[in-house]
Design a protein around this ligand. Structure first.
Ligand SMILES: Cc1cn([C@H]2C[C@H](O)[C@@H](COP(=O)(O)OP(=O)(O)O[C@H]3O[C@@H](C)C(=O)[C@@H](O)[C@H]3O)O2)c(=O)[nH]c1=O
Length: 180
């Protein structure tokens, strides 16, 4: 597994070693031992999978309690994946980073607890799978506006951005709840 740093110190891009042969390919999409050598003390408890059409933007989501670390990958298609540091104590508070994750590049983004997460679908459809370090807790769910100019996230151009009703009600970064 190759580990690449991103512009946020605690967000990592992981590229598994892919073994190709005449049958197709094989790779370990997750290995707890290798992962814990990289990031100790992390235990994943839930796997989430979503399918979305081109232009769907899910985010920017986080849980203010039961904060979830997320290991994100794409089974089919391509997404622009984004993490925003919401830890007030962090030197990078309010900063964002991104990576294009796809079924072709097999890259995974590790986003620790304390960050908001969102993605935009660039392919006709995308199946996204992510492991989380804590359970879903709807009462602690929060969402920040994806296009808040205070964050200044540079999203790729798509014809039309499609948001859930919930994400249409999301709040500005300035009015959001943060982590300590
Ligand atoms: C997130 C989640 C949703 N649900 C349900 C609630 C709802 O009826 C339906 C769809 O939920 P949402 O609209 O919140 O799904 P979605 O907008 O895909 O939410 C997800 O977005 C990405 C970016 C994340 O990082 C995730 O943590 C999560 O917030 O699924 C669960 O049962 N368990 C879960 O863990």
């Amino acid at each position: 597994m190759q580990v690449t740093k991103t512009s946020l110190a605690d967000v990592l891009l992981l590229t598994p070693k892919v073994y190709g042969d005449e049958r197709g390919h094989f790779f370990e999409s997750f290995n707890q031992q290798s992962f814990n050598k990289l990031i100790s003390g992390v235990n994943f408890v839930q796997d989430n999978q979503s399918r979305s059409a081109k232009g769907v933007l899910r985010g920017l989501h986080y849980q203010i309690q039961q904060a979830q670390g997320k290991l994100v990958r794409v089974l089919q298609g391509e997404i622009f994946d984004v993490a925003v540091d919401l830890r007030r104590s962090s030197a990078q508070f309010g900063q964002w980073t991104s990576a294009t994750l796809s079924a072709n590049n097999q890259q995974q983004m590790w986003i620790p607890p304390g960050f908001a997460h969102g993605f935009l679908v660039l392919s006709d459809t995308a199946d996204v799978l992510y492991k989380t370090t804590d359970y879903y807790a709807p009462r602690f769910e929060r969402a920040i506006r994806w296009d808040d100019s205070a964050l200044g996230i540079v999203w790729p151009n798509v014809e039309r951005v499609i948001l859930s009703e919930k994400d249409q009600q999301s709040v500005a970064f300035a009015n959001a709840e943060y982590y300590d």
